[in-house]
Design a protein around this ligand. Structure first.
Ligand SMILES: [Fe+2]
Length: 210
């Protein structure tokens, strides 16, 4: 996904109102998640790149060049979380869920046998991620896959192209669901998933655009 190459990086606004995802995600959760957690990742990234050779890179580039470098772990964690969250907001929409667009549906059927089987993989990965992390629908080569990543890790640096993600850090659901991660994940997938966004990503990658 292309992101703006400007220093300092800015917190992108939510693509909907704080209360637009209720009752699945409350306005309180969304305002803390975006206004506090995501904002902190962006601010920390800016502090860590200020005055360095990385200051003029895009967020994608910062994530890519710091991945796997022990001396840049703090910057990677904050930059990757900033990227993951910008992507995540766009994976949700009010009155989402339902049937994916045909292009995506066909790819799901090719890889998993059915949309429902793909959906189950996403749910299972989101639930199985031990501790903080993310579940993702990705394109690897020309095939769809579902993967999970821990903490700030992102398929961006693992040779995969993300189509869709679900945040399973506790800050994404604890105010609304406490320890019931599975309830949150099922509700998000069935009622908020922006399959059109995933299909747009698929089309962009299929056309060779990153
Ligand atoms: Fe989060």
């Amino acid at each position: 996904m292309a992101t703006q190459a400007v220093a300092p990086l800015s917190l992108p606004p939510l693509p909907y109102a704080d209360n637009a995802l209720e009752p699945v995600i409350s306005a309180k959760t969304l305002s803390f998640h975006h206004g506090k957690h995501h904002r902190t990742y962006v601010e920390n990234t800016n502090k860590l790149i200020a005055g360095t050779e990385l200051a003029d890179l895009s967020l994608d580039q910062i994530v890519t060049v710091t991945a796997g470098r022990a001396d840049r772990a703090s910057l990677f964690n904050n930059a990757a979380q900033a990227w993951n969250h910008s992507f995540y907001w766009r994976c949700l929409k009010p009155k989402g869920g339902g049937e994916p667009p045909t292009t995506l549906k066909q790819k799901m059927e090719e890889a998993f046998g059915s949309v429902e089987a793909c959906r189950k993989e996403l749910v299972n990965n989101a639930i199985a991620q031990f501790g903080s992390g993310w579940a993702w629908l990705v394109l690897e080569g020309s095939k769809l896959k579902v993967v999970k990543t821990a903490n700030a890790d992102t398929p961006l640096t693992q040779g995969m192209r993300p189509l869709l993600t679900i945040d399973v850090w506790e800050h994404a659901y604890y105010l609304d669901y406490q320890n019931k991660r599975a309830d949150h994940v099922n509700a998000v997938i069935d009622k908020l998933t922006n399959w059109e966004f995933a299909a747009e990503n698929l089309a962009r990658f299929a056309a060779g655009r990153l």
